[in-house]
Ligand binder design. Structure first.
Ligand code: NAG
Ligand code: NAG
Length: 304
């Protein structure tokens, strides 16, 4: 019994403070590595200085590890956008209204995509930009990263299997962990396995018919509009699945039953979309970089 208050504290503060749990992030990155082209794979393995097949999975949570450090503090607003809508009556994202002056996940994805494409930047800065891009594509697909209410649900207390957690944590981690089972101590093994399953569903399973539709808003010349389309899609789930009866009614509710049954397919779909879109995005970046900078690559590259 003594352990319970401690676990509750961990559940509501430490984990809640982390973005999209590591399982979600690492899975989207592994999933992307199933779909990128061979040249893209070589391009990012080179930039990230990792020749293994884990080159994307390994950097997927880096942005969460630096956001609370002194130098990385400026990046903490980059993980979300605070849509000031009114779920469940009205959802919607307006960049001018919702993005803080210091930035948000939409401007951050645009910024780090541009930096990845900038041949004048040294390789270590482009390496960092790659880590941010991999992370923020993941964040965008967690609906509560696209919502303002109670700091993205961090201030809403709910129950999960009888214990108190905050709603943000439930959507970041608890639903996905329950969905795939396995020990939460092994996020990389679980993520690899889940990504393999989702890759099959995308190639020839339940997502095969819709996967092309997932890319309809992808435009590497307009990262802001691309990110906004994804953010709006994620935000819409706040009205339909996250807070279907509003933020007051959900307080104190047990979410591991009926609520989970409706939420789990959304998490699965969002992780699948994020991984597939990340692959398309990285393909476009690698292609564009090689086209635009073919004769200029050598300089900054050699500083590695
Ligand atoms: C990409 O690599 C895989 C495995 O290394 C190989 O089977 C495939 O033919 C390659 N595809 C292209 C287009 O080079
Ligand atoms: C873009 O990224 C650089 C490097 O991290 C950062 O200094 C700058 O503030 C960012 N700009 C925006 C608009 O996010």
């Amino acid at each position: 019994m003594k352990l319970l208050p401690l676990l509750t504290v961990l559940g509501t503060s430490t984990y809640g403070a982390l973005a999209w749990g590591s399982l979600g992030h690492v899975t989207t990155a592994y999933l992307a590595s199933h779909f990128v082209s061979n040249t893209t794979e070589a391009f990012f393995q080179d930039l990230l200085r990792d020749e293994t097949s884990d080159y994307l999975g390994k950097v997927a949570t880096w942005a969460d590890t630096i956001r609370y450090t002194r130098w990385g503090r400026f990046t903490s607003v980059f993980h979300f956008i605070d849509a000031k809508d009114e779920p469940p009556n009205y959802c919607g994202v307006d960049l001018a209204r919702d993005c803080k002056p210091e930035g948000c996940v939409v401007t951050a994805l645009a910024n780090y995509t541009a930096r990845l494409l900038d041949p004048a930047l040294p390789a270590w800065e482009r390496n960092q930009a790659a880590r941010f891009v991999v992370h923020f594509v993941g964040d965008i697909h967690q609906p509560l990263h696209d919502e303002n209410v109670a700091r993205g649900g961090n201030g809403i207390h709910v129950l999960w299997q009888g214990r108190q957690f905050n709603l943000h944590y439930v959507w970041d981690s608890a639903i996905a962990e329950r969905l795939i089972g396995g020990s939460r101590r092994k996020p990389y093994d679980n993520a690899r396995r889940w990504a393999e399953e989702l890759a099959v569903e995308i190639r020839e399973g339940k997502f095969a018919d819709e996967r092309e539709g997932w890319l309809k808003d992808v435009d590497v010349d307009d990262a802001t509009e691309t990110a906004l389309a994804w953010v709006r899609e994620g935000n819409a789930y706040v009205c339909s699945h996250v807070l279907p009866e509003g933020p007051l009614v959900i307080e104190g509710q047990e979410l591991s039953g009926e609520y989970y049954e409706k939420a789990a397919p959304v998490i699965e779909l969002q992780v699948a979309r994020a991984g597939y879109r990340m692959a398309a995005w990285l393909d476009l970046i690698a292609k564009r970089f090689q086209e635009q900078g073919a004769d200029r690559v050598e300089g900054p590259w050699e500083e590695l």
